[in-house]
Design a protein around this ligand. Structure first.
Ligand code: THU
Length: 132
């Protein structure tokens, strides 16, 4: 699967985002080494702290289904009105969660609805990750 194809999956996941408080909708698509895609969207809560990011929804879905080998994740984020100000990079908490299950060369694809994307590695976005 190409990075652009994975971005299309993330755009599909973004349609289900529940973001009545921030109006910022995020979609993520996680590709396993076997070629399966797990999608996630952000899900907010009126008490705020239970809000979960799209990336964590995707990886927790995959882990809970027994997946252990991951290739890449694509992330898209925009305001509800369709404005993409910049590529939406995973927050620090999501980077830490990804580092629990993914190798340093795991790819993080940042995209939008224009077909444009950039590809980073987890090691690039989370240098000197915490390790026990
Ligand atoms: N959000 C994500 O889904 N992923 C990120 O990596 C950053 C932020 C969500 C959380 C919240 O619902 C909204 O974006 C605004 O912070």
């Amino acid at each position: 699967m190409t990075p652009q194809e994975l971005v299309v999956c993330a755009l599909d996941a973004q349609k289900h985002a529940y973001a009545p408080y921030s109006s910022f909708i995020v979609g993520a698509a996680l590709l396993t080494r076997s070629g399966k895609v797990y999608k996630g969207c952000n899900i907010e809560n009126k008490s705020f702290s239970p809000t979960v990011c799209a990336e964590r929804v995707a990886i927790f879905k995959a882990i809970s289904e027994g997946e252990t080998e991951f290739e890449a994740i694509a992330v898209v984020g925009s305001y509800k009105d369709g404005t993409y100000k910049h590529f939406c990079a995973p927050c620090g908490v999501c980077r830490q969660v990804l580092s629990e299950f993914c190798a340093p060369d795991f790819k993080i694809v940042l995209g939008d609805d224009s077909g444009d994307c950039e590809v980073h590695t987890l090691a690039e976005l989370l240098p000197q990750a915490f390790a026990l």
